[in-house]
Design a protein around this ligand. Sequence first.
Ligand code: KIV
Length: 281
Amino acid sequence: MNPSPSREPAREKVTVRTLRRMKREKRLIVCLTAYEALTARMLDASGVDVILVGDSAGMVMAGRKDTLGVTLEEMLHFTRWASQGVELALLVTDMPFLTYQVNPDEAVRNAGRLMAEGGAEAVKLEGGKHIVGTIKRLVSAGMPVMGHLGLTPQSINVFGGYMLQAVSDEEQKRLIEDARLLEEAGCFSIVLEKIPAGAAEEVTAAVEIPTIGIGAGNGCDGQILVTQDMLGLFTEFRPRFVRRYANIAEDIISAVSRYVEDVRSGSFPGPDESYDGREGQ
Ligand code: KIV
């Protein structure tokens, strides 16, 4: 007999089936973003269910003004890195702008590379009824697809800014229709970004697949944030829907400033941080 049985049930590998089951059992799904192994490993160890290699990397990591310039090669690189840190979470990766909109064949080839070469277990695409045919092709080729409706950042130039979506009754009707179409096409889940909480609740009730909210209230089946936003590491701007759990940028600036002082004053390295030639490592 195990002398110290753990009270926590052993965590299992999260799959698309797990997420469906979680919705049925009304267990909320926790998602965050990662672009490399160091962060992915910490999220995985914290019990996060889904790790998304978001194309937000273009803004957060590359310092660009939007996500449009992110390339397939960049996403392959970030996905390969993140996959090295993931053990139990489901690893989903964003298909960047222009890698799935041109035609379904290109989408299949590009999504296939993100899975076969990058190590992603699913891909995420932005859009509604216009990409239903592409989603069907991907799913029938063995690639799980997460949808993304509401504020879809790759269409920012069509919207004219990062404003709240699905505000009018007409827009909310279209949103629900789109969500149903994505479900029918085979999506295993849908991200709902920056829409009124009531609209997100209606979508969540209208589909059997889990909805994951970001700026969509607390009536979704799960939540996602950009990790660098919630840790206070990315501080260029802060949407209202971001809750800050730390102020890591401040901690880094304070630590690095102390290092700058110590090097300039000659107090680093000290004797304990130097070798005198007699000791080993
Ligand atoms: O790119 C991203 O990180 C995303 C999430 C914010 C949903 O799409």
